[in-house]
Design a protein around this ligand. Sequence first.
Ligand code: UDP
Length: 330
Amino acid sequence: MAILVCGGAGYIGSHMVDELLKRKEVPVVIDNLRTGHREAVPENVKFYQADIRDSKALDKVFTENKIEAVIHFAACSLVGESMEKPLLYLNNNVYGMQVLLEAMVKYNVDKIVFSSSAATYGEPQKVPIVETDPTEPTNPYGESKLMMEKMMKWVSLIHKVRYVSLRYFNVAGAAEDGHIGEAHSPESHLVPIILQVPLKKRAAITIYGEDYPTRDGTCIRDYVHVVDLADAHIKALNYLRENNKSDIFNLGSGNGFSVREMIEAAKKATGEDIKVIIGKRRPGDPAQLVAASEKAQKVLGWKPHYTDMESIIKTAWTWHKSHPKGFNKL
Ligand code: UDP
């Protein structure tokens, strides 16, 4: 039977497809290619260019394939954009989840692993954040992910569907051999932006504020390697296969690194000097976001393989150096 990867042409989704193939699973991908890349999915993987809000397209996918479970990444994921276009986020993310769950119920597919976010917590009252902490999103993106979780909760109480929701913190890195990686346009994430300096695409990295109440004044985040994240999804899938109950897990390393520490790690990973400019705070950035991941470690048996930032950034560097223009124009 096949695993349907919604959003399998995106950054995390494509690494998920890669890991599924390595474990001899059969992925089937649906992606509308709004932000994903066709080139990120191997030719031998069945690919549907379609939107998950299109129930007719889902009918086709679910009737043409024997789908055992769904792994769901297909969503808009930019905090800033969500503050400008809240209705886009509600429609694409929340309504998208509704149509997907309707299809799962219709075709008796009973397992879903969902790509959720630390943004469901909002501004943390304390770190590390545990799964039982209050969920008070501070932007439509986080709210949409929380609404998607709640939809799954109610559907699972009434229909024969079980879910695992994985709340990610910061994701970085690329496949070890650099054949796929992160390619957003425009780019807004810290690691690829830092690497644009040694790639000579920008003169310097701007640090968004150095007056935060942290050890060096810059924001602290919990960075997890994208392949470790994909591994967590496979563990979550196996957890559901073993008939365990629906649940929510944080995915982080439990260790926070500051923006300055990430830049230092990038200098070591690339062997290049990286020029820094100090800028203003970016609105909406909490000082610290660090996950307590004991639950995922204990219940799912998940343990991140990449723990030092230099090794994470090295994999991103391998990808960016070999694909300076991303997927499209090599
Ligand atoms: N950041 C920065 N300069 C940049 C991009 C990001 O200083 O050009 C900081 C940002 O303020 C945050 C951290 O790097 O504290 C991670 O940002 P990113 O957008 O990668 O992820 P987020 O934590 O917002 O999900």
